[in-house]
Design a protein. Sequence first.
Length: 277
Amino acid sequence: MKKIMFLTLMLTGVVSLATGCIPTKVTYIGSAGYLLESPNKKVLIDAPFADFVKQFEVPIASAATQDNIANGIVPFNDIDLILISHSHPGHFDYTLIAGTMKANPDAKLVGTAAVYNILASTMDDFDLIADRIVVPALDIDHQTTNVTVDGIEIYVSRSPHWSRPGTTDEGYLYNYAFNLEGNEIVYALDQDQYVKRADIDILFGSTLTSSLEPKHIVLDHQNGYANIANLAEQTSTMPEVTFLPATMQKVLLIKHDDGSILEHDIGSVLLKYLRVN
């Protein structure tokens, strides 16, 4: 059992070394949040979120998982980078983010000014994380910039987004593109206004097809239990699309020598490795 647990944790590195292919392990946290793992990096995207979104019939991480996020418990330990698209409660919960940042003392956070200000105004010990937060300087919609955080160059673009009346919502969101050890990843909640910078290996987006022409789509930001069930059935026959409808569901996306991105069940890949070794 210990060997299996160890190999599961090291699976992305095993696949990379054994096959020369480039793996990205994707874990769906709930709402629009994901944990991405490559052989040497962990990236958390929009994963710390509030239970507020339950009313929209959105999958929500269990209390135990949220506790793990807040306390940096496996797999939410050794986080390198946290990306927050905007401050809406389906994407950002300041209590979870504060805990995650303190439990992962080397983690850097990239987010909007609203995210920064909310953390600064609600944390008594904000000084513990302040210098690890990066707010890209984007003053108008459709503006773009590049920031480098923990050795990862991140292309950031700003898109307009709705605001809740009577709140401090920023009225925009950030889309992110970055290269995760050989895979070009794009997390774009607003695909229509996203300006493509390079060929995309894996696109996190809300539609089954995209004019951005990614090699693989991870379908995200879905709501309505009936709709989610229908999409799960529909995408089961679409090898170019991954849809994870259940919280803490995970999959390996492996970039092969021909450049294609294929989805692999983690258990099957692990079993194959154990048989070979």
